[in-house]
Design a protein around this ligand. Structure first.
Ligand code: ZN
Length: 348
């Protein structure tokens, strides 16, 4: 702690105490299971006494499940579909189909729906699953169809493996995960410094370029729900940066995200994988097929700021560093790819 911080911290402590006494209780990990939207920005630890408070009260509420499929039940579906609310769905691919077990997001606006990512190998029935959700949504809305955009957080194999399932789908726009396609489609002319708005029809997504983990990585912010969909840039697991040249990009992207969350109300942060156990600092052995007692998916603004502080303090000397909810993981520093950091495997 630096001495000049103490006054500010005292003020924050008073604000936190006040809010703790006056606001509805929400679960740990930031806005989980909130049944109404009347939570305050403080749930994510994003307020300080000096910042204006991003307003969470006007956001659409949603729920997260108590339990994601985690590979431990042989009868689990190949894809779990969870309705965050009527207009936003979270899909998880089963670890039994592929160890990556990525999360995908399906978001509905008045004009378009967008699918973010198509998952990993193992042949999950993604197209059929998405078609079913779309059909039910249209039936409820009294519509025949809705245009589907298939987009991505980034172009690694575990996020694009089922692109082909949408090849011949009618009423569909496919956006390749390559940098040029991403820039052209979303209209990003000043990569990676320009944030753009993308309108699904009465629903704006803010698109934040976040190269580092992948050169064309995007983070999506949904203004209706306040969810920050952080892809593989930030999730409870190994935050892989693969090459030394990508490290400055990763640092800058983390900073860009912090600047964004300081200006916008964030309900919670949802990435594309879970690789941490529910024991702080401990990850599962990479590529394991089952995740018993997996950590929750959601991360907080405070977690993101912890990452930002960590990578900033490393400067040009990145190192593998476990934190409670994530592991900074410059992959070229590991003896073996995905080897757990010194904290190790909790099963040993
Ligand atoms: Zn991934």
């Amino acid at each position: 702690m630096k001495p000049w911080m103490s006054t500010g911290l005292l003020a924050v402590a008073f604000v936190a105490l006040f809010l703790a006494c006056t606001t509805p209780r929400v679960a740990e990990h930031g806005g989980v299971e909130h049944k109404d939207a009347s939570v305050t920005a403080d749930v994510n630890g994003s307020n300080t006494s000096e910042e204006s408070s991003p307003d969470l009260t006007s956001l659409e509420a949603g729920t997260l499940p108590d339990h994601w499929i985690d590979g431990t039940d042989e009868s689990e579906p190949a894809i779990q579909v969870h309705a965050y609310n009527d207009d936003l769905y979270i899909l998880r691919q089963s670890k039994r189909t592929n160890y990556e077990a990525p999360f995908m997001y399906l978001i509905f606006g008045a004009k378009n729906a967008i699918l973010l990512d198509t998952g990993s190998r193992g042949d999950p029935p993604l197209r059929a699953t998405v078609d079913t959700v779309l059909k039910k949504w249209c039936a409820r809305e009294g519509r025949d169809d809705i245009h589907l955009i298939v987009g991505h957080t980034h172009g690694h194999g575990d996020h694009i493996a089922n692109d082909h399932q949408f090849d011949d789908r009618p009423n569909t726009t496919f956006v390749s995960a390559r940098l040029k396609s991403v820039k052209d489609f979303y209209g990003i002319t000043d990569w990676p410094n320009q944030l753009v708005e993308f309108d699904l029809g009465q629903r704006i997504l803010d698109i934040i370029p976040t190269p580092g983990h992948h050169r064309a990585h995007l983070v999506f912010y949904d203004r209706r729900t306040g969810l920050l969909l952080s892809g593989d840039t930030f999730y409870p697991g190994f935050l892989f940066v693969f090459r030394p040249q990508s490290w400055p990009d990763f640092r800058a992207s983390t900073r860009r995200l912090v600047e964004f969350v300081d200006r916008n109300p964030i309900t919670t942060i949802l990435g594309c994988h879970v690789e941490m156990t529910n024991k702080p600092k401990y990850a599962f052995a990479y590529r394991t097929k089952e995740h018993p007692n997996e950590r929750r998916l959601e991360l907080t603004v405070a977690d993101l700021k912890e990452l930002d502080a960590a990578v900033a303090s490393m400067g040009d000397e990145p190192r593998i560093e476990p934190h409670d909810s994530f592991i900074v993981y410059p992959a070229w520093k590991a003896e073996r790819f995905g080897a757990p950091p010194p904290v190790g495997d909790p099963t040993k």
